[in-house]
Design a protein. Structure first.
Length: 267
């Protein structure tokens, strides 16, 4: 009986010793534990940019990182980090790199410094860049259209404007037209040309008005052959934009129009 007890004691001792040895192996060595992470900074030269244009990033690691490479990574919402390019760390510990984002969405960027003999991997904070692009308004579904419709082209004084809006009338009716677009607070600017379509009758006149969330930013009256370009920056990105036209001379159909309207938007 004593031999069995001694054997069990020996087995327990061996098991405990093995467990302790394994734990000791799993613990980092003092040298490993003392290795600091690289400290990496990042700054973007713009927080908003037009799709396809370059945005530049600069930051610093440390002078001891000179000659090594940092990695610029990019992420769109709901996606994983993707490597864009590497950049050399200069003698003073700084780096400069860039990206030219083409998707008009919010982009997050970070810079990663790989682990080295004396440092563990370092990751910068995020730099956020909002990317916009000019979008034809006629590609956005319209709402509440009343005899003001998207057309493939409209002409002002013989000059054609593709992807436009033009009023519709038949034998003098209706005299007023309108259309709205939901921009969902994603667009900051507008550009286009307001005028009276060459399809209008000689002697006619038409007014064209534009508003954002009920606040007017354009109102002008045109005779046949007249038009006027317009660029406008919204004080606050609107939920809706609206266009209204009115034929002003009784008996003469004046077709107000908006030539090639575009909005500067982020998805």
């Amino acid at each position: 009986m004593r031999r069995v007890t001694d054997l069990r004691t020996i087995i327990r001792t061996v098991v405990v010793a093995a467990a302790l040895a394994g734990a000791a192996l799993a613990l980092p060595s003092p040298a490993q534990a003392a290795k600091p992470n690289w400290r990496v900074t990042i700054h973007a030269n713009h927080t908003t940019v037009k799709a396809g244009n370059k945005v530049w990033f600069h930051g610093k690691v440390a002078k001891s990182a000179a000659g090594k490479l940092v990695t610029l990574q990019e992420r769109l919402s709901g996606s994983t980090w993707k490597t864009q390019r590497n950049a050399l760390v200069h003698r003073d510990g700084t780096y400069t790199t860039y990206d030219a984002p083409r998707v008009n969405r919010r982009h997050a960027y970070r810079v990663v410094m790989p682990a080295s003999k004396n440092h563990q991997r370092g990751v910068s904070a995020k730099a956020v860049v909002d990317v916009y692009k000019w979008t034809p308004l006629t590609t956005i579904p319209s709402v509440n259209a009343e005899s003001l419709y998207a057309v493939t082209s409209v002409a002002f004084n013989g000059m054609a404007f593709p992807s436009s809006l033009e009023a519709w009338m038949y034998d003098g009716s209706p005299t007023t037209q309108s259309i709205e677009f939901n921009l969902d607070h994603a667009c900051t600017r507008f550009r286009g040309t307001f005028g009276i379509s060459d399809d209008s009758e000689s002697g006619s006149q038409a007014s064209v008005r534009a508003s954002a969330d009920g606040t007017s930013w354009y109102d002008h009256t045109f005779a046949v052959g007249q038009s006027q370009p317009n660029s406008f920056t919204f004080a606050t990105p609107p939920l809706k934009v609206r266009f209204d036209t009115t034929s002003l001379v009784a008996g003469f159909d004046g077709l107000g129009a908006v030539g090639t309207p575009q909005v500067y938007c982020e998805e």
